[in-house]
Write a protein that binds this ligand. Structure first.
Ligand SMILES: Cc1cc2nc3c(=O)[nH]c(=O)nc-3n(C[C@H](O)[C@H](O)[C@H](O)COP(=O)(O)OP(=O)(O)OC[C@H]3O[C@@H](n4cnc5c(N)ncnc54)[C@H](O)[C@@H]3O)c2cc1C
Ligand code: SF4
Ligand code: SF4
Length: 1022
C-alpha cells in the first residue's frame, strides 16, 4: 500500500497528520536497507543537488545513486510509501529547473550507465539512461555509427536526460530531436511497475519478447486511454501546436497521431514527470565520411539572419549563429583565442557576426560543391566566407560553439545573461523581424542580450542580462518572458524549442496552447501518476516562473566584500568569482582533458569543479553554517582538488578553482594550524640547503622500509611512495655569466628549489643548452639562500610566506628584467607561479614586469627562434612521447616543448593526451591521497607510459610528473632540457674533452666550482 501525498507547486511534501515527525530519517534508513546503490541525505549532498543549470535552487530531501533498474523501482516504491516525490536526473545540466525539486533525487549518471544491447547491422542500441552521449558515441565509432542528437553538453549529458528533455543539437536540421531516434523506453511508473513502451503497431510493444527481467508491455488501458485522448483532441492539437521544426512544449500528445508513433513518443520530453526511464532503445546513424564548414561573416545579426533561408535551401547539416558579443568574449579566453585567429577574427578585422554552416556526406566532391554553392549564394550577402575543411579546425570551431552559452556567462558582472526566453523557435523567414522586435523588447526593459545557436531551425538562444538579487530584475524576468513569448506566438513560433519547460516555461503553456490542451496534459499526468509523485510542478500544475521562493538568487551569495589574500578584482571580488559557475557541468566530462581529474577519478559531484564552486557558494551564503571557511563540507570538497589549474583553462566561464583553493586554505589556516607533515612540505625551500648537506642521512627513509612505515604512522607519508631524493651536489648558483661566448646575448636562468636540490642535472643541462646556443647564462641569485617562487607555501595556504619568497624573487629577477634580459625557468609549476599567482599577490609594476617576461625554457627557445642556433643531432631513440604538466597546459605552454623536440633530426614527437599526473606537489605522498593520486594517474598517463617501446623516451617537464611515473610505472621521464642537451652534445667528443672545455671556461669566468665541474662530468657520462 502506498501512502497518498500532497505537495505544493514546487514539489514540497506536506505529510499528512500522523506521519513520523522525521520522515526523511526513516526514508533514508529504508532506502539504505533496500537499495544496492549509495544513499546520501547529508546537508552537503542536498546542497549540491539543489541546483541545476537554471536560475533555481530547491533543496531535495536526499539523493540516491541507483545501481540497477531494480533500485529505481524500489526507490520509487519507498518514496511513495513515505509520501515523497522523486526527481530523476542525469548530469543536471537542464536550464529550466526540471532536474531539481524537494523530493528524493535519483542520479543515474553513476551506476546506470551501461550499454545493454547492440545490433550494428540493425543500427540499434539499448542503453541505460545514465550513459553520457560522448561515451556512447566513442563506443559506436569503431562500427562507423553514431547517435546524431549532438547536444552542446555531449561531454556530460546523459541519454536519459536527453530523452527527458527531448533534446536536439546543432544538426537538428538534418537529424531532428531525440523523439525521432527513440524506438522504445523501459520505464518505472509511479506505482513501481516497470513497463516497456515501444513505437510500433498500436497497442503493442516493438519488442515481442523482452529479455529484461521484470519489464513488460504497458498496461493496455493506459495505451487505449491515451489514444482516445489524442483522438478527442486531434482538432485542437492541429489548431494550436505551432508548425515549426522545433517544438518541445508540454507533452507530445500531437505525436500520437503520427504514423508508427507509440507511447514512447509521449514519454520523450516528459521531463521525468510520467515515468523513470531505466533503458532506452535508440536508432543510430552512419557517420558521414566527410564534413566541411563554411564560416560566413556578416556586419550585423539582422543581416546574418536574413541569409538563413537561402543557406538552409542548400541542405546543410547545421547553421549556427554567433553574435558579436559571444565572439568578443571568446576572443578573451585562452582556449578560443587561437581558433578566432585562424578564422581571421582578430582585432579590427573581426566581423560582427558569423554563421557557421556545415555540409556532410560520403562524397567529398559533393561536400566541396556544397561549399562552393554556399560561397556563390553568399556573394554580395555576407562579408566573406572562410572554408574549414581540416578536422582540426572544425573541431576547434565546434568546441567554440559548444561553449557558446558558457562564454556568454563569462562576464564578471552582477547582471548575467539568463536562460528563459532562449528557446523560442521562430519560422525562418520571420527571424529578422524576431531579432528586431525582440531587441526592442529587451531594450525597453533596460537590458541587453547575447544571440547565438541554431539559426537553421529558427531556435536562437537569446539571453537577456539580469541580476535576480534585484527585485526589479525579478519582475523584469517575467515581463520580458511575457512579451517575448507573445511575440513568438504572433510570429507563428513556439516558446519551447529545446531546453524543456521546467519551472521556467510550464506556466506559459496555456497562453501558447490554450486551456483545453493544458487540461489534456493534466489528464495525461494523472493517468500515469495520479498522486503527482514524479517531478511535480513541471509541465503540469507549475508555480509562477519568478516565484521568489524558488530562485537561487534568494539564497543570496551575498556579494559581501570579503577580505582576501589574493587579488580578485578581475571578477569584482571573491564571491563574484565563485558565482561565475553557472552549473553547466563542463567539468563533469569524462573524456581526456585537463579538467577535472578528481571528478574523473571518483565520478563524484563533490569532487568536481562544479561541486567545489557550489560548496563555496553554499558556504559563503551561510548555507553551511555561520563561518563560511570552517564548514567541514567545504574542506571535503576542496580536499581532493589537485590544484591542476585545468579549470582555469577549460571551464568556459573561467572558474579558477586552484586559485580559490589557495584562498580557502589561507582562510582555514587562521583556524587550523598546519600538521607537522604539511609544514614539512610547505617549508621545504627554507630547510633545503641543510637537507641536501645531510642527503645520505635524509635519503635513508627511502631505503629502510621500517622508516617509511614509521613515516606513514607518525606523519601520514605514504609508505609505498619513495620521497624525492636529495642531491648531495645541488646546483650552486653562480653570480657571474656563464657562456662560451662572452659577447653573446644574455639570459637569466631561474633555478627553482626542486630542480636545484633534487634534479640539479636538469639545470646544468639547461646551462649547457643555452650556452651552446651562444647565450650568456646568468643564474638568478640573491644574498642568502636560493630563490623560490613560494609554490609550496601557496599549496599550504601560507600566503604570507609565499609573499616573502616572491618578494625576494621579484627583487632578484627585476634586475634582469629592467635590463631587458629575459628570465627563463625549468619547472612549470614554479615558473608559472610567477605568471599566475605573483600578479594576484603583488599588483606592483615590478612584479607585473617579471610576470610578463618569465618564460619556460621551451617557450623561450621558440619565441627567440633560438632553436636554429642549436646544433642538434639524432638521439638514440625513434620517438619521444610528451606528457605536458597540467600547469603548462593551463597556460598553453605545452606546445613549445613539442616544437622544440620536433627540431631534433629523425625524431618522432607525440603528445600523450592526458591531464594531471595525479602527484600534484605533495598530494601523492600524503597517505590519505595516495590512492586517488594513483587513480588519476591511471586515467591516461600510466597506460600510455606502460605502452612505451624500447626505442621511445618519455619527456615530461614537471618534477611531480617524473616522480609519479617513476613510482607507479617504474619509468624514466626526461626534462626537455636534458633531451636537448643529449641531442646537442657534439658527437665523438669525449666526456673528458667536455670537462676540459668547462675547465677552460672556468678559467675564463671563474664561476664554476670544482663540484660543478664534476657534476657536469657525471651527467655527461650517464
Ligand atoms: C551549456 C549548455 C548547453 C546546452 N546545449 C543544449 C543543446 O545543444 N541541445 C539541447 O537540447 N539541450 C542543451 N542543453 C540542455 C541540457 O544540457 C540537455 O537537455 C541535456 O540533454 C540534459 O541532459 P542531463 O543528463 O543533464 O539531464 P538532466 O538535466 O539531469 O535531466 C533532464 C530532464 O530529464 C529528466 N530525466 C533525466 N533522467 C531521466 C530518466 N532516467 N527518466 C526520465 N526522465 C529523466 C529529468 O527529470 C529532467 O527533467 C544545454 C545546457 C547547457 C547548460
Ligand atoms: S565550474 Fe565551470 S565548467 Fe564546472 S559547472 Fe561551473 S561553470 Fe561549468
Ligand atoms: S584545479 Fe584541477 S582538480 Fe581542482 S577543480 Fe580545477 S580541474 Fe579540478
Amino acid at each position: 500500500m502506498t501512502r497518498p501525498i500532497s505537495h505544493d507547486r514546487a514539489g514540497t511534501q506536506r505529510p499528512r497528520a500522523g506521519l513520523d515527525t522525521r520522515p526523511e530519517a526513516r526514508l533514508e534508513a529504508r532506502l539504505r536497507a533496500g537499495l544496492q546503490g549509495e544513499v546520501r541525505f547529508d546537508r552537503f549532498t542536498r546542497g549540491l543537488y539543489s541546483t541545476d543549470a537554471s536560475i533555481y535552487q530547491v533543496e531535495p530531501l536526499g539523493v540516491v545513486f541507483p545501481e540497477s533498474a531494480g533500485d529505481v523501482r524500489r526507490a520509487v516504491e519507498l518514496a511513495g510509501e513515505h509520501g515523497t516525490s522523486v526527481i530523476v536526473r542525469g548530469a543536471g545540466t537542464s536550464q529550466s529547473g526540471q532536474s531539481i525539486g524537494r523530493g528524493v533525487i535519483l542520479d543515474t549518471s553513476r551506476g546506470l550507465d551501461g550499454v545493454l544491447d547492440f545490433d550494428p547491422a540493425a543500427r540499434r542500441v539499448v542503453v541505460e539512461p545514465g550513459i553520457v552521449l560522448d561515451r556512447l558515441n566513442a563506443f559506436l565509432r569503431p562500427h562507423g555509427l553514431f547517435f546524431p542528437i549532438d547536444v552542446a553538453t555531449a561531454s556530460r549529458a546523459t541519454l536519459g536526460g536527453m530523452a527527458g528533455n527531448n533534446s536536439a543539437g546543432s544538426r537538428s536540421v538534418r537529424y531532428g530531436h531525440m523523439v525521432e531516434h527513440v524506438r522504445g523506453i523501459e520505464a518505472v511508473l509511479a506505482d513501481g511497475r516497470r513497463a516497456w513502451f515501444g513505437r510500433d503497431a498500436r497497442g503493442g510493444p516493438a519488442r515481442t519478447s523482452d529479455p529484461r527481467e521484470g519489464s513488460g508491455p504497458p498496461p493496455a488501458e493506459l495505451e487505449a486511454d491515451l489514444r482516445a485522448l489524442h483522438t478527442r483532441e486531434a482538432d485542437e492539437l492541429a489548431r494550436r501546436v505551432p508548425d515549426v521544426p522545433r517544438h518541445v512544449a508540454g507533452y507530445a500528445l500531437h505525436r500520437l497521431g503520427r504514423e508508427g508513433a507509440g507511447l514512447s513518443d509521449l514519454l520523450v520530453g516528459s521531463e521525468g514527470t510520467l515515468g523513470l526511464f531505466t533503458a532506452l532503445e535508440l536508432d543510430l546513424q552512419p557517420i558521414p565520411a566527410v564534413r566541411a564548414l563554411g564560416v560566413c561573416r556578416f556586419d550585423g545579426t539582422a543581416e546574418a539572419l536574413a541569409a538563413v533561408p537561402a543557406i538552409v535551401a542548400l541542405e546543410p547539416t547545421a547553421v549556427e549563429l554567433f553574435d558579436a558579443t559571444v565572439l568578443g568574449l571568446a576572443a578573451q579566453m585562452p582556449s578560443f583565442e587561437r581558433v578566432l585567429r585562424q578564422l581571421g577574427e582578430d582585432g579590427g578585422s573581426r566581423p560582427r557576426d558569423i554563421l557557421v554552416v556545415e555540409f556532410a556526406g560520403d562524397d567529398p566532391d559533393a561536400v566541396s560543391a556544397s561549399l562552393s554553392a554556399l560561397e556563390s549564394v553568399m556573394e554580395g550577402v555576407a562579408a566573406g566566407v572562410a572554408r574549414a575543411e581540416s578536422a582540426e579546425l572544425q573541431g576547434r570551431i565546434w568546441a567554440l560553439r559548444k561553449a557558446g552559452l558558457n562564454i556568454s556567462m563569462s562576464q564578471p558582472a552582477a547582471r548575467k545573461p539568463l536562460a528563459f526566453i532562449e528557446d523560442c523557435a521562430i519560422p525562418l523567414e520571420r527571424l529578422p523581424e524576431w531579432y528586431r522586435r525582440l531587441t526592442e523588447i529587451i531594450d525597453r526593459h533596460a537590458t541587453h542580450a547575447v544571440w547565438y545557436a541554431h539559426a537553421s531551425v529558427g531556435c536562437l538562444h537569446v539571453r537577456p542580462a539580469l541580476d535576480l538579487r534585484e527585485g526589479d530584475d525579478v519582475e523584469r524576468l517575467r515581463a520580458i518572458a511575457v512579451d517575448a513569448f507573445s511575440l513568438a506566438g504572433e510570429l507563428g513560433g513556439s516558446h519551447s524549442g529545446e531546453h524543456g519547460d521546467g519551472w521556467i516555461r510550464s506556466e506559459f503553456l496555456e497562453p501558447m496552447l490554450g486551456a483545453r490542451l493544458v487540461s489534456a496534459f493534466g489528464e495525461i499526468k494523472r493517468r500515469f501518476d495520479p498522486e503527482d509523485r514524479l517531478n511535480p510542478g513541471k509541465i503540469v500544475d507549475p508555480p509562477r516562473m519568478n516565484d521568489a521562493s524558488l530562485l537561487r538568487a534568494r539564497h543570496g551569495l551575498e556579494i559581501r566584500k570579503l577580505p582576501t589574500a589574493l587579488d580578485w578584482e578581475k571578477w569584482g571580488g571573491f564571491a563574484p568569482a565563485v558565482d561565475m559557475c553557472n552549473n553547466n557541468g563542463t567539468c563533469l566530462k569524462r573524456s581526456p582533458g585537463v579538467m577535472c581529474p578528481s571528478f574523473r577519478a571518483t565520478s563524484d559531484e563533490r569532487h568536481s569543479t562544479r561541486g567545489r564552486a557550489n560548496a563555496l557558494r553554499l558556504a559563503l551564503s551561510g548555507q553551511l553554517g555561520d563561518d563560511p571557511w570552517t564548514a567541514p563540507e567545504l574542506y571535503e570538497a576542496m580536499d581532493l582538488c589537485l590544484g591542476c589549474k585545468g579549470c582555469r583553462l577549460e571551464c568556459p566561464t573561467g572558474v579558477d578553482m586552484a586559485r580559490m583553493k589557495v584562498e580557502f586554505l589561507h582562510r582555514l589556516r587562521a583556524e587550523q594550524p598546519l600538521s607537522p607533515r604539511d609544514r614539512a612540505f610547505a617549508y621545504l625551500p627554507r630547510y633545503a640547503p641543510l637537507a641536501s648537506r645531510l642527503a645520505p642521512l635524509v635519503n635513508l627513509r627511502n631505503r629502510i622500509p621500517a622508516l617509511a612505515r614509521l613515516g606513514e604512522q607518525v606523519a601520514g607519508l605514504a609508505a609505498d611512495r619513495p620521497l624525492p631524493r636529495w642531491s648531495s651536489r645541488p646546483f650552486s648558483g653562480a653570480s657571474r655569466p656563464f657562456s662560451p661566448d662572452p659577447g653573446g646575448p644574455r639570459v637569466a636562468l631561474f633555478v627553482d628549489t626542486f630542480t636545484r636540490y633534487f634534479e640539479p642535472g636538469i639545470a646544468r643541462a639547461a646551462v649547457r643548452v643555452l650556452g651552446g646556443a651562444g647565450y650568456r647564462v646568468e643564474i638568478a641569485t640573491t644574498a642568502g639562500r636560493p630563490l623560490c617562487c613560494g609554490r609550496t607555501f601557496l599549496n599550504a595556504g601560507l600566503v604570507e610566506e609565499a609573499r616573502i619568497e616572491l618578494d625576494r624573487t621579484v627583487r632578484a629577477l627585476s634586475r634582469f628584467v629592467a635590463r631587458g634580459i629575459p628570465v627563463v625557468g625549468l619547472e612549470p609549476s614554479c615558473l608559472l607561479t610567477l605568471r599566475d599567482e605573483l600578479p594576484a599577490l603583488d599588483p606592483g609594476p615590478e612584479a607585473a614586469a617579471v610576470a610578463e617576461r618569465a618564460r619556460l625554457l621551451p617557450e623561450w627557445l621558440v619565441e627567440e627562434d633560438a632553436l636554429s642556433r642549436l646544433e642538434l643531432a639524432p638521439l638514440p631513440v625513434r620517438r619521444v612521447r610528451v606528457h605536458g604538466h597540467c600547469h603548462e597546459k593551463a597556460f598553453g605552454a605545452d606546445g613549445p616543448t613539442l616544437e622544440v623536440l620536433g627540431a631534433i633530426p629523425d625524431l618522432e614527437v607525440e603528445a600523450i593526451p592526458a591531464g594531471c599526473c595525479g602527484m600534484a606537489g605533495s598530494f601523492g605522498y600524503e597517505a590519505e591521497h595516495a590512492d586517488i593520486s594513483r587513480r588519476v594517474a591511471e586515467l591516461e598517463l600510466l597506460p600510455a607510459v606502460r605502452a612505451l617501446e624500447a626505442d621511445e623516451w618519455l619527456v615530461t617537464n614537471g618534477t611531480s610528473c617524473r616522480h609519479q611515473v617513476a613510482d607507479l610505472a617504474d619509468a624514466r621521464g626526461r626534462h626537455v632540457a636534458t633531451v636537448l642537451d643529449a641531442a646537442s652534445r657534439p658527437r665523438g667528443q669525449s666526456v673528458d674533452a667536455a670537462v676540459r672545455r668547462l675547465r677552460k671556461l672556468r678559467g675564463r669566468h671563474g664561476n664554476l666550482s670544482v663540484a660543478e665541474i664534476l657534476a657536469f662530468r657525471d651527467e655527461g657520462r650517464r
